[in-house]
Write a protein that binds this ligand. Structure first.
Ligand code: DGI
Ligand code: FE
Ligand code: FE
Length: 204
């Protein structure tokens, strides 16, 4: 991805997203680039995936569903539910391919799984998942699901150990969802179990 293409994507996101979402998007793109530098991941790919990760966020649920069906995207029951907060990730991956011309499968997977995560994520996928949670604007977001008390600790951890960070974020997210009574997708739970085991395994 050339720098000019990135500038184009940035303009397209400015058009497609509400102001706050666009600012969050820039925060994720640059945080992902920093994490990529530290963890030896392709920086351009991290910028691109970060820039596009929420590209479908400001589209109605109905339209997100139509996009996913058109492109035969496999959806879980919870993703298909009305007003699902998960669907924009899958719809975003379809749009990134069809509308924004992304052909790199790793970038497309990072967009697809940025909300639930999944077991066996690539380093790029991990970085996007984590950058989405720790970007600088996160605690100012009105309905932030990030645990603001833990954010300082999680931010520091992200530059040291990706699997430990995933375990921590997923654990905080599951706590948040159970407090809020949100239905938990099996992918979110599987990701939590996988990365907490991986992290424990790495310590032994
Ligand atoms: O799009 P963003 O707000 O930047 O962040 P995101 O794509 O990570 O979406 C976050 C929301 O998704 C947050 O409210 C937590 C929620 N979420 C993550 N996993 C699950 C979930 N919500 C439900 N109901 N079930 C899940 O398994
Ligand atoms: Fe998102
Ligand atoms: Fe996001």
């Amino acid at each position: 991805m050339k720098a000019t293409n990135l500038a184009k994507l940035r303009k397209e996101m400015e058009q497609a997203l509400e102001r706050k979402r666009y600012e969050h998007t820039l925060g994720v793109a640059y945080t992902a680039a920093n994490l990529a530098m530290v963890h030896g991941v392709d920086v351009e790919k991290a910028l691109t995936a970060g820039m596009l990760h929420d590209c479908a966020k400001c589209i109605s649920h109905h339209k997100q569903l139509t996009i996913c069906r058109k492109h035969k995207m496999m959806l879980s029951e919870i993703e298909s539910e009305n007003h699902s907060p998960l669907l924009h990730a899958k719809a975003g991956s379809c749009l990134a391919r069809k509308k924004y011309g992304i052909t790199d499968e790793e970038i497309l997977q990072a967009i697809s799984y940025h909300t639930t995560g999944r077991p066996h994520m690539s380093p790029l996928e991990k970085i996007i998942y984590i950058a989405d949670y720790i970007e600088p604007g996160r605690e100012r977001a009105k309905r932030s699901y990030a645990d603001v008390q833990n954010l300082q600790e999680v931010r520091k951890m992200a530059y040291q150990d990706l699997d430990k960070t995933l375990c921590k974020i997923l654990s905080d997210t599951l706590d948040y969802l159970s407090r809020k009574g949100g239905k938990i997708d099996s992918m979110t739970r599987d990701t939590y179990e996988y990365y907490c085991q991986t992290y424990q395994g790495n310590r032994e």
